[in-house]
Write a protein that binds this ligand. Structure first.
Ligand code: CS2
Ligand code: MN
Length: 360
């Protein structure tokens, strides 16, 4: 594996990139052209300058998160052909710039959803939390307002103001889109982009839906083992793969993470490893990465990834806010850096433990 860290780019991330380069083991960043709207073209010049920013700190770009997919592609409406063409051109530019992993999601309207961005824990740290009752009783616009007011001046991925300005139109777009339609639209999109992915060896890594069930009545499909395997089979090409995000898939208590990992051998191209703590029903809150702090057995997760020969980029995902840090919720420096250090340790222990056994 390659330890990486998400970085939103100069002018967008509050964390200086040289801090990221100082985290032990981090060799690359996972980044994006954060100012681009879904469907907009990325030029080689822009990608070059992103690479130069990373290189100035001694880091490479290990992959893109995300090249966002336009809602016309997801809903199969309007200008989908045009946006697919743009997506192909963007992939071409990325391929020419020697970037070979692209994370994206196929969630209608919203990216991830939380009902509290700063739930205080007894130790004074804060975490993001999800309460299903709140989602059921809030309309999406109100939810947006409360998110907007609590982001410490940052723009959260998937909750950009210009997106919310169109929320009614977006909801209308999906009115008649079933889960099956959404799945078929995803397959349609993947089939169209596979040739360019093959040409440049770009591994597409779909991010699971977060949380892993429908919110606000919208269809959601990347939620469990069955659906994910169905997608892998429908477009049976190594370039159609997954971002294994433990916190997202694990938000459904029925998802057995090590088992899902083992079923995806060869198709996991990127891993987001983080922990959450289950509450009643569908509710949960985020946690420190350590097994003991949440509901997942992080050792078993790492072991499964090593077992299937996963060698792609790994990044710590959402962390707590600790030590009075102010920043984008989930994306502070401190707790994610602790997460990276912990994951590095787990990785080393599992690999050396295996070798020890072999040498006995
Ligand atoms: C999420 C998403 O994994 C995450 O951190 O915050 O924003 C994720 O980056 C996208 O869903 C991937 O397209
Ligand atoms: Mn994730």
């Amino acid at each position: 594996m390659e330890m990486t860290f998400r970085w939103f780019g100069t002018g967008y991330d509050t964390i200086p990139i040289r801090y990221i380069a100082q985290i032990p083991g981090v060799k690359g960043v996972i980044t994006t052209l954060y100012g681009k709207k879904p469907g907009e073209l990325w030029t080689r010049e822009e990608i070059k300058s992103l690479k130069a920013d990373a290189a100035a700190a001694g880091l490479k770009i290990s992959g893109i998160e995300s090249v966002n997919v336009h809602d016309d592609i997801k809903a199969g409406t309007g200008d989908r052909e045009l946006y697919i063409e743009n997506y192909i051109k963007t992939l071409e530019a990325l391929g020419e710039e020697d970037i070979h992993m692209v994370c994206y999601n196929f969630m209608p309207v919203f990216d991830w959803t939380r009902t509290n961005l700063a739930k205080e824990r007894p130790d004074g740290s804060t975490v993001m939390a999800y309460e299903d009752e709140v989602v059921k009783n809030t309309d999406p616009e109100k939810m947006f307002d409360s998110i907007k007011d609590n982001t410490n001046g940052t723009v959260m991925p998937g909750w950009e103001p210009e997106r919310m300005a169109e929320i009614h139109r977006l909801f209308d777009l999906y009115e008649n889109v079933s889960e099956e339609d959404l799945f078929n639209n995803l397959v349609y999109f993947l089939e169209k982009i596979m040739p360019v992915c093959n040409k440049y060896d770009i591994k597409m890594a779909i991010h699971p839906d977060d949380p892993a069930h429908s919110v606000f009545g919208l269809p959601r499909i990347i939620t469990n083992k069955e659906n994910v395997l169905k997608l892998m089979k429908a477009v049976d090409d190594v370039h159609n793969g997954m971002t294994l995000c433990t916190g997202s898939l694990g938000s459904d208590k029925n998802n057995d993470l090590p088992d899902i990992i083992r079923s995806l051998e060869g198709r996991i191209h990127f891993a987001h490893i983080r922990n959450i703590r289950y509450s009643e029903g569908l509710d949960f809150e985020e946690a420190a990465h350590l097994s003991e702090d949440g509901s997942f057995d992080m050792y078993e997760i790492v072991k499964a990834l090593i077992e299937v020969g996963f060698d792609g980029p790994v990044r710590p995902d959402h962390g707590r806010m600790i030590w009075d840090e102010k920043g984008m919720p989930g994306y502070g420096l401190y707790d994610r850096a602790l997460g990276a250090a912990y994951l590095n340790g787990l990785w080393e222990a599992v690999i050396k433990g295996k070798k020890d056994l072999q040498n006995k």
